[in-house]
Design a protein around this ligand. Sequence first.
Ligand code: IPM
Ligand code: MG
Length: 378
Amino acid sequence: MSKQILCLPGDGIGPEIMAEALKVLDAAKLRFGLDIEVSHGLVGGAAIDQYGVPLSDETLTLARNSDGILFGAVGGPKWDDQPMANRPEKGLLQLRSALDLFANLRPAMLFPQLADASSLKPELVAGLDILIVRELTGGIYFGDPRGVRTLENGEREGYNTYVYRESEIRRIAKVAFEAARKRGRRLCSVDKSNVLEVTGLWREVVIAESASYHDVELSHMYVDNAAMQLVRAPKQFDVMVTGNMFGDILSDCAAMLTGSIGMLPSASLNEKNQGMYEPVHGSAPDIAGQNKANPLAQILSLAMLLRYSLADGSSLADGSALADGSASGENIAAEAIEKAVSDVLDKGYRTRDIASDGCQVVGTAEMGDAVVDCLLNA
Ligand code: IPM
Ligand code: MG
């Protein structure tokens, strides 16, 4: 039976970079004989324009029935006056929540060809390979009560609730320990347990879980220090695990270490290994429609989708989804796509965001074509 990918390009540069990822998917299907069907849907501002809401019931049903979702980016100034409950970003948050995509894997890996593009000194980032495991369906993003209320004196007050259950902490900790076990066997849990009770509980539960992972060295760091350490000495980290909001912030920071946020893919998985795959970057409305965006994070997200959600025999529950995959066609295709991206960088092609002296600056479509070319002619 063919496997199903739902493609949700979203807003801003989303459609442009998605077009390139789909070119690459077609080439991979051709070369590796993959049996994959693609369906398409609207999300974010594009869905608001069409249906009045950022995620329609039909799109959510398509998402539930797919093996993997390839997501672009959402948001833009056009929808800034939407009420909070109907902003483009809600489409993304509803998908994460409805499909219970609690485990967000955000690798920050430096392609050696891009060491010069980082804002940090090359020697600080050469060889960088961090995995941020971000809890994605809880914490302050989803906690109730939330809102803006008017006090007796007429002043308005905004409030959100930072809340985590033990079970939510335990399941994300497990994913992080399993991932660490398959990598450098070091896990740093990031919290603010000197101030926030909820993250005191986070630390307790992570420590309790570590009893099952004696082979993984566990450390803890307050989030402010973690932010500083990421730019001071990023290579000290192997796997980091943290809650939703801290993970949002730290993953942007880690992304920049790799030269450009335009390079980083991510995976959001549930216990059934269904997953949504998206670039870490946003919709970049300022450069949308100008053939300037870097499509590589979207293309690398496709590779992750093939590996984690489409390849047979990988499961988040036993950690096998986090290991190097079996020799299934999808795994081989994923590797070939990653290799093609690296080959394109070797050839000196760069989009503006990763450009440096002596490189050939190309547009979004040319970059996608170059990846296809390397994939088909490797
Ligand atoms: C991300 C984004 C989203 C988040 C936004 C678009 C809702 O910043 O995936 O990191 O905050 O999670
Ligand atoms: Mg973010």
